[in-house]
Design a protein around this ligand. Structure first.
Ligand code: GLY
Ligand code: MN
Ligand code: MN
Length: 443
């Protein structure tokens, strides 16, 4: 199949599997791609492949199970898939089937998913430690626990001392996903370029009297037109006080020329996500209060980005961005004391109630531990994060002057840690108000 993104470098899933199997030792890892979810009645929700399964196998279909069996002599990577079924495929599209699972996805062996239990019981009884992530799929959790218990009970007496525990595989897989390869960074860069182009178009086409949903539709159009799967998360298109609701997604309000518009939107390029926020005036002349808040958040965001380098931590990035926000909150008269006391006492929280960064990758809030042995984790080249401070003067923002009421500003970039500092993947969307307004033609 050809796509508009065939020029991107291939992703080396074989190498990922080799590294995983090495780390697994003689363990048995079970991953499930869940069945389709229902949207309403008999209509299914759009399917997004399970990120762990997709990362390791590229297998995109629902209702499949992947086994990695480090103790097996040959069948170490095994896919259990929906079998070919011409009648069903007429309705829902072609399946790989067991032959395709081996030929196209490189499995050592493949079986219909209906045969999973027999294979799994056998391997649990005879294999090493069982690795499975509990708590995401209750139905399958119960099923697997039942299978594992009876498989362990069937072991001969002389093997009764062998482990009966279930180990969490996330440290194995998610540590791998946290460190992006050069090829993955290319995919993220492309996702960011498409995301920033959509933001530029939204900036250019914002008009007083328009609607939030019109801007949302433009974003969706640009994401799909560029051949991505569409939005990476429901776009936030928040005019005026809607921007003080962090995850506002109703997107049904009118665009008033006296307000700012906050847009938090990114796309999903074969699961590689972008996550971008810009805030701009709907009219051409932001109020002094709007300009001050925007300048404060921009200064904070640039300070946060400047702190991203190998060895720094997300805690330090957050702290740096927070210090700048607090300086401005003091100058606005919203809080009293010093930057240190405002941070120590948390009096900034009515105006800034979220963290500054999260990991970014195949999930928009990507996987990977934020702490190692109880300490904030040092950044390494290849880690990708967002830097997204904001200030919000919503219903809970008591003590702010009336001129600030209803203002919400967030600015968010996607940043990759490099050997010497960082690269901003989303630099293609302007951030300062003059540059944004210069994108808008004369009415
Ligand atoms: N768009 C969700 C976030 O910024 O984390
Ligand atoms: Mn984000
Ligand atoms: Mn965001």
């Amino acid at each position: 199949m050809t796509t508009p993104h065939d020029d991107l470098p291939p992703l080396d899933r074989k190498d990922r599997r080799a590294r995983l199997l090495h780390a697994l030792g003689d363990g048995l890892l079970v991953l499930r791609a869940p069945p389709l979810r229902v949207h309403a009645n008999d209509v299914e929700a759009p399917h997004r492949p399970s990120a762990d399964v997709y990362y390791l196998t590229g297998f995109p279909e629902p209702d499949a199970v992947v086994l990695f069996d480090g103790s097996a002599p040959t069948e170490r990577f095994v896919l259990f898939v929906q079998p070919l079924d011409p009648e069903r495929e007429t309705w829902t599209g072609p399946r790989a089937g067991v032959t395709g699972a081996v030929e196209r996805y490189g499995a050592d062996a493949a079986y219909p998913v209906s045969e999973l239990d027999a294979h799994l019981s056998e391997r649990i009884a005879n294999g090493g430690a069982l690795h499975y992530s509990l708590g995401h799929d209750q139905e399958f959790d119960r099923h697997l626990l039942g299978l594992a218990t009876s498989a362990w009970d069937r072991r001969p007496r002389n093997q009764s001392g062998r482990t009966r525990s279930i180990l969490d595989p996330r440290p194995l897989i998610h540590e791998m996903r946290l460190r992006k390869s050069d090829a993955e960074i290319e995919w993220l860069r492309r996702s960011a370029v498409i995301g920033t182009a959509a933001h530029r178009r939204a900036m250019a086409e914002t008009r007083p009297g328009g609607w939030e949903h019109e801007i949302e539709a433009l974003l969706d159009y640009e994401f799909r037109r560029a051949g991505t799967r569409g939005w990476a998360y429901p776009s936030i298109v928040a005019a005026g006080a809607h921007a003080t609701v962090l995850h506002y997604t109703a997107n049904d309000g009118r665009l008033d020329g006296a307000d700012l518009l906050l847009v938090d939107a990114g796309c999903d390029l074969d699961l590689y996500c972008s996550d971008i926020t810009r805030t701009w005036p709907i009219g051409r002349e932001p109020s002094p209060a709007q300009q001050r808040v925007h300048a404060a958040v921009l200064e904070s965001q640039l300070a946060g980005i400047a702190a991203v380098r190998p060895g720094a931590t997300l805690e330090e990035v957050h702290h740096r961005a927070l210090e700048v926000l607090c300086e401005h909150l003091l100058s606005f008269g919203c809080v009293q004391g010093t930057v240190e006391s405002v941070i120590a006492e948390g009096t900034y929280k009515p105006f800034y109630m979220h963290r500054t960064s999260h990991w970014l990758g195949l999930d928009v809030h990507d996987v990977g531990a934020y702490e190692v042995k109880g300490q904030a984790r040092p950044l390494e080249p290849g880690m990708v994060l967002t830097v997204e401070p904001g200030l919000y003067f919503g219903a809970g923002a008591r003590g702010a002057s009336p001129s600030l009421a209803g203002i919400g500003v967030r600015i968010e970039d996607d940043v990759v840690v490099t050997a010497t500092g960082c690269e901003v993947l989303t630099a293609g969307a302007p951030k300062d108000l003059d540059s944004i307004l210069s994108l808008r033609g004369t009415d």
